[in-house]
Design a protein around this ligand. Sequence first.
Ligand SMILES: Cc1cc2nc3c(=O)[nH]c(=O)nc-3n(C[C@H](O)[C@H](O)[C@H](O)COP(=O)(O)OP(=O)(O)OC[C@H]3O[C@@H](n4cnc5c(N)ncnc54)[C@H](O)[C@@H]3O)c2cc1C
Length: 387
Amino acid sequence: MPDSSDYVVVGSGLAGAATAWQLAARGHQVTILERNVPASHDGSSHGSARIFRYAYPDPFYTQAVLESKALWDGLALDTAAELITPAGAVDYGPERNPALLAGVLASAGIDHELLSAAEARTRWPQIAFDTEVLWHPGAGVIDAEAAVNAMVALAVGNGAEVLTGWSLSRTDRLDSGGQGRSGYRLTSATGDTVDAGNVVISAGGWLPELLGRLSLPSGFLAGLPEITVRQEQAFHFRYRDPVSAGQWPTFIHKAADIQAYGLPGGRDAGFAGQKVAEYNGGPLIPSAAEQTGIVDPANRERVVDYVRRYLPGLDTEPYAETTCLFTNTPNEDFLIDRVDNLTILSPCSGHGAKFAPLIGQWAADLATGSANFPQRFRSSTTAASSR
Ligand SMILES: Cc1cc2nc3c(=O)[nH]c(=O)nc-3n(C[C@H](O)[C@H](O)[C@H](O)COP(=O)(O)OP(=O)(O)OC[C@H]3O[C@@H](n4cnc5c(N)ncnc54)[C@H](O)[C@@H]3O)c2cc1C
């Protein structure tokens, strides 16, 4: 007899861990299937540094960060872990529109200041600001890996089972196989099986290659947005003045020729430098399975050139570098959709970490049929008939 579970969550990055936690905390029977280990080194949720920030041009996301923060605080309390280190955030550059972002923060009642470039340079001489600057002190740095482990621990504490080294190869509908049972049979790459009443697929950059093997109705598949995967690359640059280590904010800078972001690298960077990357600067790949983990020298050169021009407080040679996967939808909204007891999550587009606990709540709401779920993340047309 195969193992069985009411809810099977496939993938244990930030999205899967959060969903498993939320489902298990509501008393559901949950099994996590993970091809590697939680916060897998070749997924999107490894390492110690993701930006937590409130400033978005779309007020929907700013409100969502507020909701998410309440859940982060609860998670930190329940696990006695420091998951978000305060650092603040600066937004600037000719394409960033700091004034518009300030308006969104003002409407949401979030503490912020709009500074001239000269005022900002006085405060942070390590950065060569080129426009006015939005500063909001409530931002910080998420320890992604610690967050995954904390959420998995809470899921397990609420009775969830975790099977590591379990790579989903396909799902088959049990009721369409004439076996008189509803739900799915999940089969691993090595032929193991688990039966599930409900399935949540949170496979990050592996989603595109899995979609065709999930027994999804063709109309549902056709209605999904295009999902693309990029092998992003990030570089660590040493602080010229080690004393400035605690004075570096996170940043998003949209210059005319490059969109860059940076943040204190934390544990990954030996607490000695800033992690800097070009947003969507890595190559497109068909799926996570095709990633090489090799940094593109041209991208390294672009980021080094960026640091030379805009970050005088950093050494200009990176002392460490890494790759990571962005799984993008065309408009950078998340994909959280459901058909026939199967929920699909793709909450990345380079900005999902800060929402992780809320994504878990949304996904658990959707998977259990609650009406609270924001419909903007359901883009498939035929899904409407099965809601
Ligand atoms: C370089 C980089 C920087 C980022 N910066 C920020 C930031 O500053 N702020 C922010 O908010 N967000 C940021 N993000 C986005 C954030 O990290 C992602 O939204 C989040 O990590 C996505 O998590 P996930 O669970 O969807 O995917 P993943 O973490 O990739 O998890 C998917 C999991 O599924 C498993 N899996 C895949 N296929 C199978 C299978 N067939 N069977 C079983 N298991 C499977 C994988 O092993 C993996 O563990 C960044 C992302 C990257 C890559």
